[in-house]
Write a protein that binds this ligand. Sequence first.
Ligand SMILES: NC(=O)c1ccc[n+]([C@@H]2O[C@H](COP(=O)([O-])OP(=O)(O)OC[C@H]3O[C@@H](n4cnc5c(N)ncnc54)[C@H](OP(=O)(O)O)[C@@H]3O)[C@@H](O)[C@H]2O)c1
Length: 271
Amino acid sequence: MDMSDVARRGLVLLGCGKMGSAMLAGWLDGGLPSRSVWVIDPMPSDWVRAQGVNVNTPLPTAPAIVLIAVKPQMMGEALPVLVALGGGDTLFVSVAAGTPIAAFEQVFGSGTPIVRAMPNTPAAIGRGITALIGNSAATVSDVALAQELLAAVGQTVLLDREEQMDAVTGVSGSGPAYVFHLIETLAAAGEAQGLPADLSMQLATATVAGAGALAEVAEEDPAQLRVNVTSPNGTTQAALEVLMDGDAGFPDLLKRAVAAATERSRELSRG
Ligand SMILES: NC(=O)c1ccc[n+]([C@@H]2O[C@H](COP(=O)([O-])OP(=O)(O)OC[C@H]3O[C@@H](n4cnc5c(N)ncnc54)[C@H](OP(=O)(O)O)[C@@H]3O)[C@@H](O)[C@H]2O)c1
């Protein structure tokens, strides 16, 4: 199955909020005809209504894809409308955080191809990263198609095992919030050194964004980039001695933060 099958047989999008709309925008930009998309959402936005997609109309009987983008807590209420589409060759793709493949297999049957995907919020500007894993009924080409759909909102990576999804959640899923907090605290630290709040925030935001962009394109790995900007006994070294402290520094702090998020993801998946 490929995108031409999606255009021909249709794509059903269940839940068209922030993530659903970001993906839909990417698909339409990529050339998917709007008439090939069926959106189910109790309160579709004006933007969704203006796209020419089918909104809350009867569904095709065998769409190529059903993409599930409702909040995990709405799943019980939202999934029943899709039950008739399970058990065939319609591929189900879920982006819901913390909802395991088994929960979908219970509703649609274990013979239904299902791909679980975990995007993150920079997807809203096409700069997300999504990790994907398929169930045993999902073929290599099913997973590749899910990957192509998620590529509309950024990079994609494939996982070997569903258990890895909890650590992915701890690193990239929740990670944007850690970086936002880094920006906040870097700006506050600049203020503490006498800079005006606005100026300090602008410096901190541009520094994080610029360093992130540099880390992505540079040939050197981030550790080498750090070394490159650290002159002996200079200003950066003075700060890094604080940040890289073995007990109270970044390494242990982030390790504990990611472990806490990973553990919480495990708990949520257990229900
Ligand atoms: N946002 C992200 O960056 C991000 C990252 C990773 C994973 N995710 C996952 O993506 C999913 C959606 O998140 P989101 O941020 O896009 O949330 P959201 O903006 O709240 O979107 C969810 C949409 O689903 C709709 N909905 C509620 N009940 C429904 C039903 N019974 N049938 C159909 N649609 C229904 C909601 O409508 P109402 O507003 O009217 O309730 C809303 O438009 C979640 O499972 C989340 O875990 C999101």
